[in-house]
Design a protein around this ligand. Structure first.
Ligand code: FEO
Length: 393
């Protein structure tokens, strides 16, 4: 595998082929934790990897330089998928100074015993000479945590962009132009929807800031490096950060004895009377990772649930809790579903949609036990109303 990024700049990360869960996000294609080694008169390691993969990280560094020759370790982000190996790295590299911003120093001290670490706190915009090359540190708060920053290798015009522009995507290739771009863009979209979506404003601020940089390469901390197709991911970020809607309707439902499924199918049938994309997702068999990825760029959304024990179906509550946390913006929607003797489940689903500020296209649709012809016709009409919204997108 070619790990050379540029002259004397190497990828030294870890490919995690087997990981399938990232705090609830289903990583179907695994992931990578990217770390980079910049060798000059001084040597700098840019970021680390998850704790269990410290040994392979150190082995890869040693393939280029003795560990005592590592002068700096840059920590752009304190989340443990990048900082977990730092205790081992700082122990193994006795001459290394850890470079990070003040918030990151505090966060690292709350995760690890950092009392023996040599720190150099860097300020936003500060530069550091490695000899013939210069590192510049730029704060990008909330992309993804408050302490997040990126590091720019000035002379090579390489941006080590941390989580931004990342993908949970295990691959033997290190660059976008070696990879299947459909897979890469799909994983970048899934990553954005499941990790970055609540931070649209900070992303906009960061993009504005980074827009002034000359960029030959953008090297994130997950997935492939953008060397030929950065324009594609940048354009996609411009859409995703504002949840730009496509002509798409998403209907997610959870059924008990099939009544809510019949209603959901009628909603879908109504939506399909107009030329928009319709996604019908049973939450019992569709992972939340996929649901939020579909919802991020839909124009209209409907949530259907049966009532169980005087409340929403637990699986639908979990899905809507996940969606609510990720804050998809600018959707229209409504809730629907069935009940036996207390119509509480749909009320709870409607509350979730209201909390997400989804503009109601109609009142919640409910049916007792099983939908009759009139109810199904109302579902079709509501589905068409969703599609009318989507058609205007
Ligand atoms: Fe890949 Fe926010 O850590």
């Amino acid at each position: 595998m070619d790990t050379k990024v540029a002259d004397n700049v190497f990828w030294v990360g870890f490919i995690d082929w087997a990981v399938r869960d990232f705090h609830g996000y289903k990583t179907s294609r695994g992931s990578t934790y990217n770390a980079y080694l910049v060798m000059d008169e001084k040597t700098a390691l840019i970021d680390a990897v998850k704790a269990p993969y410290a040994a392979p990280l150190l082995e890869q560094i040693q393939a280029h330089v003795p560990l005592e020759k590592v002068d700096y370790v840059v920590c752009n982000h304190a989340e443990p998928d990048h900082s977990g190996a730092l205790p081992d790295v700082m122990r193994a590299c006795p001459n290394a100074t850890l470079l990070c911003n003040a918030k990151c120093k505090d966060a690292l001290a709350r995760h690890y015993d950092t009392r023996d670490w040599k720190f150099q706190v860097v300020k936003d915009g500060e530069t550091l000479s490695l000899g013939r090359r210069t590192l510049q540190f730029l704060d990008t708060p909330m992309v993804h945590w408050p302490e997040s920053m990126v590091t720019y290798l000035v002379e090579d015009a390489i941006l080590f962009s941390m989580d931004a522009f990342g993908q949970h995507y295990a691959s033997g290739f290190r660059f976008d132009d070696e990879s299947d771009m459909c897979e890469v863009m799909q994983e970048a979209k899934t990553y954005y929807a499941n990790i970055v979506l609540p931070y649209g404003r900070p992303v906009a601020t960061a993009l504005k800031r980074l827009g002034g940089l000359t960029l030959k390469m953008v090297a994130p901390s997950h997935g492939v490096i953008w060397r030929s197709h950065f324009d594609k991911i940048l354009a996609a970020y411009q859409d995703w950060m504002v949840c730009k809607p496509a002509r798409k309707v998403v209907i997610a439902y959870c059924t008990m004895w099939g009544s809510t499924r019949l209603m959901a199918e009628a909603v879908a049938e109504g939506a399909r009377t107009l030329p928009v994309e319709v996604k019908l997702l049973n939450v019992d068999v569709t992972h939340d990772t996929q649901i939020i990825t579909e919802v991020m760029d839909c124009a209209a959304f409907a949530a259907g649930t049966a009532t169980l024990n005087m409340g929403i179906m637990p699986r639908m509550a979990a899905t809507l809790t996940y969606l609510r946390g990720l804050k998809p913006l600018g959707k229209a929607g409504f809730a629907f579903g069935s009940y036996g003797w207390a119509a509480k489940g749909v009320d709870e689903a409607a509350c979730f949609l209201a909390t997400m500020q989804m503009a109601p296209v109609c009142e919640p649709l409910i049916c007792r036990y099983a939908p009759d012809a009139e109810t199904l016709e109302a579902c079709r009409a509501a589905g068409r109303a969703l599609a009318e919204v989507a058609q205007r997108a």
